[in-house]
Design a protein around this ligand. Structure first.
Ligand SMILES: [Zn+2]
Length: 291
């Protein structure tokens, strides 16, 4: 609590200073023997000059009281609840601050900025995050859940290439179908050196995560769009009879990235013309940053 008038806090039992509740240090009998009521508020125990009214002898009996500095009472303002952040600073209450204090903390991963950045397509980034964490319900993971039903397991195969069960590493992009999609789009962002293995893609993302060049931002958008649409096609084939060829899917990926680039604010980026030419975008179609 942050004390203002001191009228809303019981001086002995409420949590208003670093030593509170004071009642855990000083017994109710000692409080009563000193002539104080157990219902006293903070304001009842502080003098006009901010000094405490408890007996001087208490400082010898309960030295911890020395840590409670004098306070300034503001008579017409209510006491206020505060939130102590991780560094011990008192903050106004906000759900963001609470979440930040309570959340589980791990070391920051190297690929964060390759997935989450201001120009990203949020649903693609969310999907890419699931891919990185290997949390998609791919057949290899589902097989573990259905350990008892061997018949169904034998029927499982990748809906894209019909070869063996699918898995994160198979779909992105070692599957013959997915690999064809990836090979058809990666040259647009000069990622020819990034092979169709997930390790290769992760390596690239970790290495370039902190680069903010327009080229690398487009690479990240392309990677997340590619994983998103390959997964979408995989599900389409599993749950409906719609099938798109690898060429059609690659074109969807490219069109999606192109549309995103058209929404960019390029400012004075020296690579603007090269990027627009490569993606076949007319300069009239992009938003111009007035700054
Ligand atoms: Zn496959």
């Amino acid at each position: 609590m942050s004390i203002r008038s001191g009228r809303q806090n019981n001086v002995w039992s409420d949590n208003w200073c670093t030593c509170s509740p004071i009642r855990s240090l000083i017994s109710p009998r000692a409080i009563a023997n000193a002539g104080f009521s157990l219902d006293a508020t903070v304001a009842d125990i502080v003098a006009d000059d901010g000094q405490w009214l408890w007996p001087q002898a208490w400082y010898d009996l309960f030295p911890v009281l020395i840590n409670i500095g004098s306070i300034q009472i503001t008579p017409n303002m209510n006491d206020r609840f505060c939130w102590k952040d991780l560094e011990g600073n008192l903050q106004g209450f906000s759900s963001w601050e609470v979440w930040n204090c309570l959340r589980n903390r791990r070391n920051k991963v190297l690929w964060t900025n390759s997935v989450w950045f201001s120009q990203c397509i949020p649903r693609h980034s969310f999907h890419l995050w699931l891919v990185i964490k290997n949390k998609l319900k791919t057949q290899d993971r589902m097989a573990i859940w259905e350990a008892g039903s061997a018949t169904n397991l034998r029927l499982m195969c990748c809906p894209l290439c019909k070869f063996d069960r699918d898995s994160r590493d198979h779909l992105f992009f070692q599957c013959a179908y997915a690999s064809e999609v990836w090979r058809s789009v990666r040259h647009l962002v000069h990622m020819e050196n990034v092979t169709d293995t997930w390790d290769s893609i992760m390596q690239w993302m970790e290495l370039n995560a902190n680069s903010r060049t327009m080229d690398h931002i487009i690479c990240n958008i392309l990677v997340s769009a590619s994983t998103y649409f390959v997964w979408q096609e995989r599900n389409n084939r599993l749950f409906s009879h719609n099938q798109r060829s690898a060429n059609v899917l690659a074109k969807i990926v490219i069109d999606t990235v192109r549309l995103r680039i058209m929404g960019f604010r390029f400012g004075r980026d020296p690579n603007q013309k090269k990027i627009l030419d490569r993606w076949l975008i007319s300069k009239n179609n992009i938003e111009v940053d007035p700054g």
